[in-house]
Design a binder for this molecule. Sequence first.
Ligand code: RAM
Length: 359
Amino acid sequence: MRKSSVRRSCAALAAATSLALALTACGGTTKNDVKDDGGAAATAGKADPNAALKKGLTVGFLPKSVNNPYFTSADKGGEKALTELGSKYKEVGTASATDTSGQVSYVNTLTQQQVDAMAVSAQDPGALCTALKQAMKNGIKVVTYDSDTKPDCRSAFVSQASAEDLGRTEVQLLAEQIGYKGEIAILSAAQTATNQNTWIDFMKDELKDPKYKNVKLVKVAYGNDDAQQSFQQTQGLLQEYPNLKGIISPTTVGIKAAAQYLSGSKYKGKVKLTGLGTPNDMRKYVKNGTVEAFELWDPAKLGDLAARTAVALASGQITGKEGETFKAGDTSYTIGKDGVINLGKPTVFNAKNIDQFNF
Ligand code: RAM
C-alpha cells in the first residue's frame, strides 16, 4: 500500500471509528510520542517526587452520571483545584448511572480531545477497560475516583474512605438502631456499581459476626441512583417485607428517596434508615425523626484530591505505584496497594452535629 492510500484509509478509519483507535492502528503520532516530555523518570515509568507540577493541563472529569448533585459537588471540587493549579477542567458524562456504553463513548471522546488526564467514576468495573487502556496508550493519565475500574485499567483510584470501614460501619449503625434484631434490606445504586458492590460485600461479611445472629438481610434492591426508581424500590421493599426493621442505602440518591418515602408513610421512625447521604439532603429527615444517623465524606474534597492526583500523575510526580507519596494541598498522601489513595475517614452525622455541615 502506498503511503497516501495508507493515509486515506487511516483518515476513513478515524472518521468511522474513534480517532484514538485509528491513530494507534495506523501507527500515527499519538500523544505519547509528542507529549512525553516529563523527563527520563516519566519515560521510564518511574516517579520523580521532585518534578514540578505542570500547568496548562486539561483534566476531564467523567462522573457516573451528570445529574446527580453528589457529582456536581465532587466535580466542582475538582474544578476549583485545577483552577488553583493553573490547569483546565472539563466535565462530560451520561444522564443515567446505568448507561455504560455511553460512559465508554465519553472516555473515547476525552481521548480524541487529547486531554492530559481524566478522572473517572466507573459505572461498571470492567466495561470501560478497553477504552481506558486506549487512553493510557495515548499518553493520557487515568485516575478513577469514587467508583473504581480494575487496577490495570487506571493508574490510581482515589477512594472516599476505606471500603471496608464504610461497609462495616453502616451495618453497625443500623444494628444499633434496631436493637440487633429483625429483617433488613439494602437499597443500592446500579447493580454494576463497583463502589456500592464492594461496600455491600463488606456489609455481608460484617453480618456474619455472631452479634448479628438475629439480623437478617432479606434483599438488595437497586434504585440506579435515580430518585423515582429509588422511591419505588423503597415502597416495594416495605410491601414485600412488612416486618422490615431497617434499610441501608449506600447512595446519596437512594437514601434521600428512601427518607422521603418513609417520612410520608406509617413507617416513619419505625423502619430505621441509614447509609450514605449528604447533610443538606438529609437534614430535614433527621430533624423530623425519620433518620437517626448516616455518614459521608465531603464530595468536594474527593473531587479536589482526584484533580490533584491527576495533575501529579501527568507531571510525573507519581506513577500510581504502592508506596509513592505526593502532596495534595497541605496534605501528604501515600499510595496504597493496587494504586488506592484514601481520602480519609467519613463523618457520621446525627441531630447533634448535622447543622455544622453545609454540603
Ligand atoms: C451516589 C453515587 C456515588 C456514591 C454516593 C455515596 O451519589 O452512587 O457513587 O459514592 O452515592
